[in-house]
Design a protein around this ligand. Structure first.
Ligand code: 4NP
Length: 165
């Protein structure tokens, strides 16, 4: 029963301080707007552990704020094997993140949960959300725009699954 009425989405990047916190914040915004907050569980994680416990990068926070979203309360954590049991969609920002997640998969059921976020943005020329860490403000806005496009399609797909239409 439960799997028909609820969904769970985990966004994963390398550090969990730039891209995946933005994706978590943007997707949460779309989920709230769709009135599905009580049916979709959302989180983000990093494949690396360097920033565990840290808030999002100030540039990611500023980018989110410019776009009307507050991500300041998020704290970084590392992806763990148990996430395969807790999340039915595990969405990686780039191919390296996806490969690192798949390396921890225990079986085919685990592997099936893992996709690239930009699989939900099929008209974008690239399949990867580029790492903005060593770039400037424009890089963050580009990342935001890619993430937002994918999150709009993702909420539409989940909405169809949960509500129909
Ligand atoms: P993210 O960006 O994976 O989008 O959070 C990065 C953050 C930190 C580092 C690399 C990428 N780092 O090397 O510390």
């Amino acid at each position: 029963m439960a799997e028909h009425t609820r969904r769970s989405v985990l966004f994963v990047c390398l550090g969990n301080i730039c891209r995946s916190p933005l994706a978590e914040g943007v997707f949460r915004w779309h989920v709230e707007r769709a009135g599905l907050s009580d049916r979709i569980f959302i989180d983000s994680a990093g494949t690396g552990d360097w920033h565990v416990g840290d808030p999002p990068d100030p540039r990611a926070q500023a980018c989110a704020r410019r776009n009307g979203i507050d991500i300041s309360n998020q704290r970084a954590r590392q992806f763990e094997v148990g996430d395969f049991d807790r999340f039915d969609r595990i969405l990686a920002m780039d191919e390296t993140n996806r490969r690192d997640i798949l390396r921890l998969a225990r079986n085919e059921a685990d592997r099936r949960r893992v996709r690239l976020l930009l699989d939900y943005a099929p008209h974008q020329p690239s399949r990867e959300v580029p790492d903005p860490y060593f770039g400037g403000e424009a890089g963050f806005q580009h990342v935001f725009s890619l993430i937002d496009t994918a999150c709009r399609n993702l909420i539409a797909e989940i909405r169809r699954e949960l509500v129909g239409g």
